[in-house]
Design a protein. Structure first.
Length: 172
């Protein structure tokens, strides 16, 4: 497979936020963590890019936006283009099954993709998995469950459950 095929493979894993430990995780973070070593295997240099965004800035139904939630950080990749001597945005977040409602990225291996969200603030890129782990992963289950994004009983947990259900409905 080449870089574009790897991108399409990862992009088309149905997007899904994890709701508990062991739950399938096909979030922006997980997709970036899966895609990066695949791109490395075909000789591309990449890094993790992050931005802040608002869920309300996406083309989601009002009923979903009305579910209480907090805005979070979005993660995607940047790939270095030797030809252009610059970093190119590569964001595999939304799968093609969501194309009727969200901006699904297409990548030709040479140009930027769209960022899956509307950034309100760009953050410094992170070069290593270790840096991503420090930012996103916590060592204990108790600490993991305290994060709003990871507990269905917390604010974002309810929102993520509703988001997952909405996405499934869009795909059918």
């Amino acid at each position: 497979m080449d870089a574009v095929e790897y991108f399409e493979f990862v992009r088309d894993i149905p997007f899904r936020m994890p709701l508990s430990v062991g739950d399938p995780d096909h979030s922006c973070l997980r997709k970036a963590l899966v895609l990066r070593p695949l791109l490395t295997s075909v000789g591309l240099k990449s890094r993790y890019a992050l931005c802040r965004f608002s869920w309300n800035g996406l083309n989601l139904p009002q009923s979903l936006k009305a579910v209480a939630h907090e805005d979070v950080v979005h993660i995607y990749l940047e790939v270095y283009s030797e030809d252009q001597a610059r970093w190119i945005t590569v964001d595999p977040t939304w799968d093609k099954g969501l194309a009727s409602r969200l901006s699904v990225s297409k990548w030709d291996g040479k140009h930027d993709t769209a960022i899956a969200v509307n950034p309100t603030e760009r953050l410094n890129p992170i070069e290593s998995e270790e840096g991503v782990s420090k930012l996103f992963d916590l060592p204990s289950l108790q600490e993991w469950l305290k994060l709003p994004m990871n507990s269905p009983s917390k604010v974002n947990g309810r929102f993520y459950q509703a988001l997952n259900e909405w996405a499934e409905g869009v795909r059918t």
